[in-house]
Design a protein around this ligand. Sequence first.
Ligand code: PPE
Length: 306
Amino acid sequence: MPLDKVDKIWMNGELVDWDDAQVHVLTHTLHYGSGVFEGVRAYPTDRGPAVFRLADHMRRLHESAHLLHIEIPYSEEQLCEATREVVRVNGVESCYIRPLVYLGYGEMGLNPLAAPVGVSIAVWPWGTYLGEEGLKHGVRLKVSSWRRMDPNVNPSAAKGVGVYVNSSLAKVEAIKAGYDEALMLNTQGQVAECTGENVFVVKNGVLVTPPLSAGALDGLTRDSVMTIARDLGYEVREATMLRSDLYLADEAFLCGTAAEVVPIRSVDDREIGEPGEITRKLQETYFAVVHGEVEAYSKWLDHVSE
Ligand code: PPE
């Protein structure tokens, strides 16, 4: 589906027209994939649009860049302010936000250290990533034949551009086989995450999610869900997970900024079924939190017009 354009994109310190936010074909990142990005969302609240966990996303962007020897020419706070500005000027109530740090034009070859570093922040209205139907009734997953990259092949803590070739291979395989999303195992055969989401299982009332050492991204939605779940009184554990733990789950769900909190209805054709009570409760609370309806989590919201 083509993107829903807005007016302006923040690019290297300036607000440029959407159609003018261009790069040269010899942009370094286009050739070698060494760049980093974030996915952030802004939601409508009764005090205007608010960006969810903005400072945490910008910290992760800086950390991802550090892992790849990229020095971002803007501080975390400058990038937060640029994000608030670009949401504000486009007049959107609700949007997806894509900060990108890329190595630009001027250098070729695998040593990127001299390449200029570019930064852009684009926003656009984007519905829930895995679809409304999936959000309500759950998505069907297939374990991918593609393994998540080992942390010694690519640092899984970095949200790096090129790493997503791996996700893309898994996603296309799952879609072509008639599923909604792929579940990815690491090279030891343990569950890592989905192509763009973290994964949780509920068994006997306890929430379990793979540890970061399994190769999962340190997802901010994962962290939000863990916090919310504990505050609601549920036990949450990080533990090694096998595919059979998903087949035998009482409930399961995935979560990420783009996808939000999405029930899993089956894995490799083993039915888990309609969303369970704990999944529903967490999903409902997450949506209330991002919309600024739960005072206790107001520190996670960055109101763009204040
Ligand atoms: N794992 C992966 C591999 C991942 O890409 C994401 C975010 C997550 C986990 C969840 O992280 P967080 O958003 O902080 O909760 N994926 C982003 C990109 C999605 C895309 O396909 O594009 C996102 O959700 O914005």
